[in-house]
Design a protein around this ligand. Structure first.
Ligand SMILES: [Ca+2]
Ligand SMILES: [Ca+2]
Ligand SMILES: [Ca+2]
Length: 379
């Protein structure tokens, strides 16, 4: 399994940062894109939702066993949301209720605040609520939105209910480190070493021309800087709406990087037309990461309306530079994560673009492959 030599120096703070990431996110920013096809499988469909304490993150306290909620929600083709939510048996009056973006098991930003005129028993979408963007309608269709109800006793949330119309396909995504001790050529002394990979982020989206994980392309977002420099994915959900993180290797019980033979696995829900973007650090570097390298920096999850299955071609994934830190020789630099005194250390990059090594006229000397990605749809 993972060799101590490759342990990231920032590992110790994951536990704290993970906790911070799980606290309720503030209102999200919009990511309008008028060219997005919304995959409107559920247009006009009314989805019934059950809310309970078991779905809530972080786990609420002191909640009566009978605490529950029941909702019906629909989204029309222009993004207008209609919803009615009733709650009962909470620890006290519901103080707020929202529709958030996030899959089951994670927290995400508020999209719409609901209102109540009966003291918190029944909640509806106010008439002046904003409409969902095309990308957010896609999120509704793939089961990525949820209701969350707050009380004084459980301010982050007391009951929650995932809005899932049952139209999405579930995929297991596996990122495996297939490098070995001979993979990376260290030019200065002619030695070789393995290439560890770090915790990272992923997103299911349907943007026409780019993965939201890499935007903006002229200066890296805070999530990308964290992954590419320090192998720390925790800032991503706050930096990019819809971004989720993977950080715990298969078979491990705490977050950390993966060396040769190690793997990360996560599950995504997607509908026809959805794509998968991800980033993971090329650890022996200052600010390099692996990501899909086609025109939209994403892997198609469907082809011809059918779920994709199998190993991703090596040529579909490449090493990119986040443009946030000047490059030192791979595997030796004093400002690289395995040697630097603290995170986010090193001179600024003279080229601030988020771009492939290829696109910057750079390269790295590797003997063979580092990252193998496998996509497996679940029956
Ligand atoms: Ca760089
Ligand atoms: Ca930096
Ligand atoms: Ca650094």
């Amino acid at each position: 399994m993972f060799h101590t030599k490759y342990k990231l120096r920032t590992t110790a703070k994951y536990a704290f940062a993970l906790t911070a990431a799980l606290t309720l996110a503030a209102c999200g920013s919009d990511s309008d894109n008028d060219t997005v096809d919304t995959g409107a499988d559920t247009a006009g469909q009314t989805v019934s939702v059950q809310l309970d304490a078991a779905q809530e993150i972080p786990a609420p306290t002191g909640v009566p066993a009978a605490a529950s909620g029941s909702a019906e929600v629909s989204v029309d083709a222009s993004g207008v949301v209609t919803a009615t939510l009733g709650v009962s048996n909470l620890t006290g009056a519901a103080t707020a209720a929202h529709i958030h973006r996030g899959f089951a098991g994670v927290t995400g930003p508020v999209l719409i605040g609901l209102s109540s005129d009966d003291g918190g028993s029944t909640w509806t979408v106010p008439s002046d609520a904003r409409v969902l963007t095309a990308d957010e309608i896609g999120a509704f269709n793939r089961g990525e939105l949820y209701f969350n109800v707050h009380t004084a006793a459980n301010a982050p949330g007391e009951i929650r209910g995932q809005i899932d119309a049952g139209n999405a396909t579930r995929f297991t995504i596996r990122l495996e480190n297939v490098s070995d001790e001979g993979t990376l050529n260290v030019a200065s002394d002619g030695s070789t070493e393995a290439v560890p990979l770090s915790p990272g982020a992923y997103i299911v989206h349907r943007n026409a021309d780019d993965s939201p994980l890499l935007l903006p392309r002229d200066a890296a977002n805070a999530g990308l800087e964290g992954v590419a420099e320090d192998g720390n994915a925790d800032p991503y959900p706050g930096a990019v709406p819809g971004a989720a993180i993977f950080n715990t290797p298969v078979g491990a019980d705490e977050p950390g990087p993966i060396g040769p033979g190690g793997a990360y696995e996560f599950t995504v829900q997607a509908i026809d037309g959805d794509k998968l973007g991800f980033v993971t650090m090329f650890v022996p570097s200052n600010d390099w990461f692996y990501t899909p390298t086609d025109a939209d920096n994403s892997l198609d999850l469907f082809v011809g309306g059918q779920p994709v299955s199998g190993e991703v071609l090596e040529s579909d994934i490449a090493v990119w530079d986040a443009g946030t830190e000047a490059d030192e020789e791979p595997g030796t630099g004093a400002n690289q994560v395995q040697r630097q005194a603290e995170p986010n250390t090193g001179p600024v990059d003279p080229d601030t673009r988020v771009s492939s090594l290829n696109g910057r006229g750079q390269s790295v000397s590797l003997n063979g492959r580092v990252l193998q990605v496998t996509i497996t749809p679940q029956p």
